[in-house]
Design a protein around this ligand. Sequence first.
Ligand code: G3P
Length: 217
Amino acid sequence: MKFFIDTANLEQISQAEAMGILDGVTTNPSLMAKEGIKGSKAIEQHYIDICNIVDGDVSAEVLADSYEEIIEEGKGLAALHKQIVVKVPCTANGIRAIKSFTDMGIRTNCTLVFSLGQALLAAKAGATYVSPFVGRLDDVSSNGIELVSRIVNVYRYYGYQTQVLAASIRSVQHIIQCLEVGADVVTSPLSSIMALLDHPLTEKGLAIFNKAAKELA
Ligand code: G3P
């Protein structure tokens, strides 16, 4: 399973990259706005900066709504760097644009996916990735992990090549559950990735070993 980090923060991306376990980055308009980036030139440079930190796919989301504008914006994003994957919301215009991008050889990430039906359309359009939002489904008393599992199983049954990129991850448990149901990728905040390391028995065992190491000195 690939690990992406869900942030536009260059410091957090660098920290995750330094651990040697990072396979890519996903961003969205909220995460970009959080970094205080303003204007198209600054946005484009920020994506290039991210691509220069991580050796993997970087999802850059279109801001446009109409088919024509999504195509124009997405082509511009894809031209920034070979690692850029154009992120497109799962709407009628978005699915139509993803199919056009597929025909152009531009890789895409179909985002804001909350149902198996939406995931089916993303795969039919040839999306490189589909992003079911686990946490936001849980937030409304639905079952995000169950959706990931259903998408994985349907894609495998029909042989769709679209990769299941589990997003909106809220906890270590989400990461583990995505691992168990066969998600191709999990994108999560750095805090959830780092929390995978935490176990009280590891800390307790290390304290014992460190004490013994002093006796060996
Ligand atoms: O970036 C897409 C997704 O990961 C957003 O997550 O936490 O805003 O629901 P969140």
